[in-house]
Design a protein around this ligand. Structure first.
Ligand SMILES: *Cc1c(COP(=O)(O)O)cnc(C)c1O
Length: 396
């Protein structure tokens, strides 16, 4: 089976991890800081706070933004559960903004309309989680302008978007979002096995994030409520967590970061090949967001089902049956039983639901060969182009 995603590891990655195993620090050591500094430099961000995964990163980013009970967090329904769950962890209410039918990202125009209504009803969001779906940023310029006007904090969920850029600058630089979150799960752009990071330009937010990742404790006299008792002394000044990443993971992440440009280049090449090879099939290909340069975490196509005749599920299963490990990103979050129990229902976000009925993620990762990609395309073609015209004739 050709998977939809997989990591690319080499000997340098392995050596980096072994190096840490032979050192004095398995966790809370110097490699974490090196990883943070390298990412901050790469993203042109002031600060980076590494944690055990992007879900934890989103959680503490929301807390640092002041999100709590009685507040609202808004995000897109076309995302992984974590982009919404982070609001629930803070005791906040979660709501969604429907997607743009071309980019499949949170629709900034729909956001503007919803904000206007929310203002009248006195329930403006405190946090917007803007997900860079598939590695392509949302219309961040417009979102940032709306954030300014309505006073909410933008957290960019860039779990898909390490190495992407927007408006000529790296995602994570903080020009359009107060905080940006990356994931280093193996299916993502670079991996630390498990890992996440929050980027910010605010020293106050960075300090808060560092505290929240480690029990809410501090050894910094400046942050203490009273005088230090001695060199051993630390204070817990708020409720935090153990969301630390290990030096083993940081070493892997740091080593992977050296290859980020190479990975992105290959992903872009493969995406351009898909576009060329799939263009004449009854498929809707991803639409481009002006100013965004995607990192191409995912290559999603939408089936033009009225021209295909097979169902969405039949195409999906047909591809899996011939060894093409397709996937589906995403089941609209508001249709999950947990969110239905909170009052959401089918029909709430029609663009995301229509998208879900047609979307398929094709294999895309740096080690995917041209030959493997050709095979994927040929299998798709055979399923939806060759068999189906016959069926259509039969149906007439
Ligand atoms: C993967 C992912 C996450 C969560 O990342 P983890 O590191 O696995 O916690 C959050 N948001 C999006 C959009 C993701 O794809």
């Amino acid at each position: 089976m050709i998977p939809y995603a997989r990591q690319s590891l080499d000997q340098a990655d392995i050596d980096a991890v072994v190096g840490v195993l032979q050192s004095d620090w398995l966790t809370q050591g110097p490699t974490i800081e090196r990883f943070e500094r390298a990412m901050a430099e790469r993203c042109e961000a002031g600060f980076a706070v590494a944690v055990c995964n992007a879900t934890a990163a989103l959680h503490i980013a929301c807390l640092a933004a002041g999100l709590g009970p009685g507040d609202w967090l808004w995000t897109t329904p076309n995302t992984f559960l974590a982009s919404a769950n982070c609001g629930r962890y803070c005791g906040a209410e979660v709501d969604f903004v429907d997607i743009d039918p071309l980019t499949w990202n949170l629709d900034a125009a729909a956001l503007a309309v919803k904000l206007e209504r929310a203002e009248r009803e006195g329930r403006l969001p405190k946090v917007l989680v803007a997900v860079a779906f598939s590695g392509q940023s949302c219309d961040m310029r417009r979102i940032a302008a709306l954030a300014k006007r309505y006073g909410f904090t933008v957290i960019e969920d860039a779990a898909h978007a390490a190495g992407a850029s927007y408006a000529g600058r790296p995602v994570g630089c903080g020009e359009f979002a107060a905080m940006t979150v990356f994931s280093f799960h193996p299916v993502k752009i670079i991996t630390s096995a498990e890992g996440g990071m929050v980027m910010t330009n605010s020293p106050e937010l960075a300090e808060r994030l560092q505290r929240l990742r480690s029990h809410g404790m501090t050894r910094d006299p400046q942050q203490m409520t009273g005088p230090s008792h001695g060199p051993w002394y630390y204070e817990q000044v708020e409720l935090g967590f153990n969301y630390r990443i290990t030096d083993l993971q940081a070493a892997l992440g740091l080593s992977q970061l050296n290859k980020l440009d190479e990975f992105i280049e290959r992903r872009r090449e493969l995406a351009a090949r898909y576009e060329r090879l799939l263009g004449y099939l009854p498929l809707t290909l991803p639409g481009a967001q002006p100013e965004a340069e995607s990192s191409w975490h995912l290559y999603v196509v939408r089936l033009q089902l009225d021209q295909i005749g097979l169902t969405h599920r039949e195409v999906f299963e047909g591809l899996r049956a011939v060894g093409v490990g397709v996937n589906l990103h995403y089941i609209p979050v508001h249709l999950q039983p947990y969110y239905r129990d909170l009052g959401f229902a089918e029909g709430d976000f029609p663009q995301a639901e229509r998208y879900y009925a047609e979307a398929i993620s094709l294999p895309l990762y740096p080690l995917l060969s041209d030959e493997q990609q050709d095979y994927v395309v040929e299998q798709m073609r055979q399923l939806i182009e060759i068999i189906q015209p016959l069926r259509r004739v039969g149906n007439v």
